[in-house]
Ligand binder design. Structure first.
Ligand code: AMP
Length: 283
């Protein structure tokens, strides 16, 4: 894997590849890589001639009381993982490269950011859409890959690409889980072994809600039962459990309003915030 830190150098490499007719796949990440990130990289390897992965812990998407400074940074391990799946270029910009001194331009996506992560983490999606727009302008990929794990982020990025006519396609990779069901996340490494056990409640609650809906229970009943099930486990605090239209992220009371519904969950396990989701299609 070629490690590139400047926009100029990266553009040179990408332009050369494009001139010889190569397609470019792009996977933006914040590092502390795991199989979820690698699965997106593999999708790109299968579909594109040149695969670019970026690692940038984006300060603007963290709130003042969030984990920006302690976010895991494991660059040595990350680059050998990327090497092992045949990544072509690792883009590793510093803060000054992504946000030149005095940078004052932001991208905000309204509506889809109103609730859930957008509500709990004010400013988070503004940071995400701004850095992703900037990375898209730097890389100009044919296809950009995102994980279903961050369902609302997917909805935000898709809306931004559509509204601003970014000349690229978005491909979503399925959520990669540990054997016991916990969705992989860079933040899982914050969990003690006891917390790691308790964090299973998130995926279990989602499975329960999904089962109930597939069996024909109303959305309201399914959510109530899900919340009851969640409440039985101690030391873990539910932030939200809800059912939304997968595209607009508006709360949904039944399938009438949407073809595809996403069940969303967010919870705090000790001091660690975890999110997960499952897509439920109309039976
Ligand atoms: P992050 O490094 O957390 O910003 O994530 C970078 C990309 O990897 C995003 O598109 C995430 O949605 C995706 N991702 C994170 N965790 C997973 C997972 N468990 N399965 C699939 N994709 C994931």
């Amino acid at each position: 894997v070629i490690v590139t830190t400047t926009v100029e150098k990266l553009r040179e490499q990408i332009t050369t590849a494009k001139r010889s007719g190569k397609s470019v796949g792009f996977v933006p990440t914040m590092g502390a890589l795991h199989e979820g990130h690698l699965s997106l990289t593999k999708l790109s390897k299968n579909e594109c001639d040149l695969t670019v992965v970026s690692i940038f812990v984006n300060p603007t998407q963290f709130g003042p009381n969030e984990d920006f400074s302690k976010y895991p940074r494991t660059i040595e391990q990350d680059s050998s993982m990327l090497e092992s799946v045949g990544t072509d270029i690792l883009f590793l910009p510093d803060k000054e490269t992504m946000y030149p001194t005095g940078a004052a331009t932001f991208v905000t996506v309204d509506g889809v950011t109103d609730y859930f992560e957008g509500e709990v983490r004010p400013g988070h999606f503004k940071g995400v859409s701004t850095v992703v727009a900037s990375l898209f302008n730097i890389v100009i990929p044919d296809i950009a890959y995102f994980g279903q794990k961050d369902a609302q982020q997917v909805a935000v990025i898709k809306k931004m690409v559509k509204d601003l006519h970014f000349p690229l396609r978005i491909v979503i990779g399925e959520t990669i889980r540990e054997a016991d069901g916990l969705a992989m996340s860079s933040r899982n490494r914050y969990l003690s072994s006891d917390e790691r056990q308790k964090s299973l409640t998130l995926s279990k609650t989602l499975s329960l809600v999904q089962d109930l809906i597939v069996k024909g229970k109303s959305f309201e009943e399914a959510l109530l039962e899900g919340k009851r099930f969640f409440a039985k486990t101690g030391e873990i605090t539910l932030e939200y459990l809800d059912l939304v239209d997968s595209e607009t992220f508006a709360r949904a009371a039944s399938f009438k309003e949407a073809e595809s519904i996403t069940a969303l969950i967010a919870a705090k396990v000790g001091t660690t915030r975890l999110i997960d989701n499952v897509v439920i299609t109309k039976p």
